[in-house]
Write a protein that binds this ligand. Structure first.
Ligand code: SF4
Length: 417
């Protein structure tokens, strides 16, 4: 079994600060883990919620999710915001998914790539020790994952570039490396770097890769990089605004999903609540008047207010660069970590997060620009690659439409003004 790690996010720091946020999201465990936890002496523990502790992921499924208390916390979360299983039996006794968070290990041929969930406040705030310090733990977790999933890093096929187009793992890594280099090129503002990535995707989508492998592929990618350098408009003011109907309505349709944060969803399944969500979604699509308070950080504001220019300050670029480099380098943006999207479509879905982050950060006027961006990244990444709605064919169709009609790069430029 292969077990090497590559592309550790060297610019990223992290330590767990026990905020318990990750104990309020869905954790899926195996049947074996369920049996192991049931065998622990936890039933009469006053810090553990009454049973049932597990619910099947789907009828007849061999996978289970940990249940939650009415306030949204995991059944094993103590009043002191600690995991009771870990407190009494050590980290090894916890479900694997809880041990791994906020890391994501992605198979990439002869190695694992390390991604991170920015829905963890410490990751979003870059708070703690360098992630490189966790390498030993991550190697150990990659061994556990190989046992847990029964697969090695080389058992997963490389993601498609698009339907009918597939490269080998080393060549996929060459493509990704070029995208990472573009995002790290500080000669441009971050928004233009992402517009250049979209241009690479567009050219790549029109290319036959059959005879492009190894060094030939590297030379081709270098030529594409040179071409997008001259082709992509340099300044945001050189870009036309998004189409009021197609661009902005489809953008706000996605925003209605990404801006939401429900930490008490386990106690809130009433019909009234569901109807309220539909209404809030409709108000996002309509895009005028007050913005529905779909997360606890949103102050009172209106769509009109958030449409006003607010400028993308240079100090925000560094935080955004960290986010996009981690997502690209780890391959978290395509294949199984992102609803099996092919590489180019996954890249487009990742770029769409930028106008959403910038729209949300405009609302957080009580925070410094960098803090506001971190807050917006936290909200958006809570959904990216995880919210099942984003896997729905019609939502993916809307995203493709935005990209194919050239609206995506306009949105990137528009919300960077
Ligand atoms: S969300 Fe992050 S900081 Fe908070 S408990 Fe989980 S891992 Fe720790």
């Amino acid at each position: 079994m292969s077990n090497s790690l590559q592309s550790l996010p060297i610019m990223q720091n992290w330590d767990c600060h026990s905020c318990s946020d990750c104990c309020r999201i869905e954790a899926v465990i195996t049947d074996e883990e369920k049996q192991r936890i049931e065998a622990l002496d936890l039933a009469n523990d006053s810090e553990v919620a009454p049973k049932p502790w597990f619910a099947p992921v789907a009828r007849g499924s061999q996978k289970w999710k940990l249940t939650h208390r009415p306030d949204g916390g995991c059944v094993f979360l103590t009043t002191g915001n600690r995991c009771r299983i870990q407190e009494r039996y050590g980290a090894d006794a916890k479900p694997f998914v809880c041990r791994l968070f906020p890391f994501v290990l992605i198979p990439a041929g002869n190695h694992w790539r390390v991604g991170m969930r920015f829905s963890c406040p410490s990751v979003a705030a870059n708070s703690g020790r360098p992630v490189a310090d966790a390498e030993k733990d991550l190697v150990h977790l990659s061994h556990l994952l190989e046992r847990h999933a029964g697969r090695s890093a080389d058992s997963a096929p490389p993601p498609l570039l698009q339907a009918g187009q597939q490269l080998s793992w080393p060549d996929v890594c060459r493509v990704v490396q070029v995208l990472v280099e573009i995002v790290q090129d500080r000669g441009d503002r971050l928004e233009r770097r992402l517009r250049k990535c979209l241009a690479v995707a567009r050219i790549g989508g029109q290319t036959q890769f059959d005879s492009l492998q190894g060094n030939r592929l590297s030379k081709y990618l270098q030529a594409v990089r040179n071409a997008v350098e001259t082709e992509v408009p340099r300044e945001v003011v050189d870009m036309p605004p998004p189409d009021p109907l197609l661009g902005r309505v489809l953008f706000r349709t996605h925003l209605a999903i990404f801006a939401r944060r429900d930490r008490d969803e386990y106690g809130a399944s009433s019909i009234r609540r569901r109807l309220g969500r539909v209404l809030e979604g409709w108000r996002f699509v309509r895009g005028n008047g007050p913005v529905p308070r779909v997360n606890e950080f949103l102050p009172k504001t209106s769509f009109e207010e958030l449409e006003r220019c607010s400028g993308m300050l240079p100090e925000m670029d560094e935080t955004l660069e960290r986010y996009y480099v981690v997502k690209l380098n780890s391959l978290q943006f395509c294949g199984p970590p992102n609803f099996d999207l092919p590489l180019w479509a996954g890249l487009e879905s990742l770029v769409l997060t930028l106008p959403m982050i910038l729209w949300l950060r405009r609302a957080f006027t009580d925070q410094s620009p960098v803090d506001a961006v971190q807050q917006a990244i936290l909200l958006v990444d809570d959904h990216f690659g995880g919210n099942p709605m984003l896997g729905f064919p019609h939502i993916q169709y809307l995203l493709r439409t935005l990209a194919q009609r050239g609206e995506l790069e306009k949105l990137v430029a528009w919300y960077s003004r």
